[in-house]
Design a binder for this molecule. Sequence first.
Ligand SMILES: Cc1cc2nc3c(=O)[nH]c(=O)nc-3n(C[C@H](O)[C@H](O)[C@H](O)COP(=O)(O)O)c2cc1C
Length: 262
Amino acid sequence: MKNSNEIKKALFNIGYGLYVITSRNAYKDNGLIVNSVMQITDNPNRIAVTINKKNYSHEIISETEIMNINCLSVDAPMSVFENFGFQSGKLSDKFRYITFSRSKNGLAVLSDYINSFISLKVEQYLDFDTHGMFICSVTDAETINNNKSMTYSYYLENVKPKPKKTNKKGYICKICGYIHEGELPDDFICPLCKHGVADFEPINIKEEKEMKKYVCDACGWVYDEELGAPDLGIAPGTKFEDLPEDFACPLCGVGKDMFSEE
Ligand SMILES: Cc1cc2nc3c(=O)[nH]c(=O)nc-3n(C[C@H](O)[C@H](O)[C@H](O)COP(=O)(O)O)c2cc1C
């Protein structure tokens, strides 16, 4: 059996699209980002959408049994992912600053950054412990433009900000151990032992005490050690390695092994 990192790496090669699933209950319109949309059969058309049970959308769709798939196009900016994917509708009104129209089923269709929408009616529900899979029939659909569809890999390569490097370049004086951060000018003299650049060698300065950030590979939620996660009872300054083993991403529910250092 391969180790879990190798398996995780291979699973990332499964291709996905990205979508905003819109829904609505008596209180508000809501939407969430998903990659888990898949057509299962074409006669009749059946589509599966998998949603984490902790997400508000899961609660709304379980109750109302309808949803819209808004197919994101490559022009969708990071703010769309932040609005629909990095916060829960339990705590926010995600449609406050969004322009949209309504399809025949009364649900929201985004006015921007999509190339089509598909209205669904839930026919079956499959329980997968942490997630629920909604198997749906298609009640309506429309192509809005011919823009290219947003894929998960396009999002990772072109939309999601790249992690910042935490290692800084520097030079260490081989004579006294003094560390100079950044480039070394030719006429540099060690302020401690007064030796010149010939006695320095390049190093990567790793700031051991530095607070790090860890990003959820599945949904992009970030755990910042400096801030902790007070909502989850985790104090500021708690190192990632000290989080409980059963710690789960508050947005998408995956475990610690699905986080990478930023
Ligand atoms: C790129 C990306 C893909 C995601 N895919 C899924 C998914 O397939 N299923 C899911 O339940 N959540 C997924 N999420 C997480 C939800 O969008 C996120 O938890 C959202 O805040 C839930 O909102 P809600 O509580 O209002 O429903 C994804 C997030 C991102 C950024």
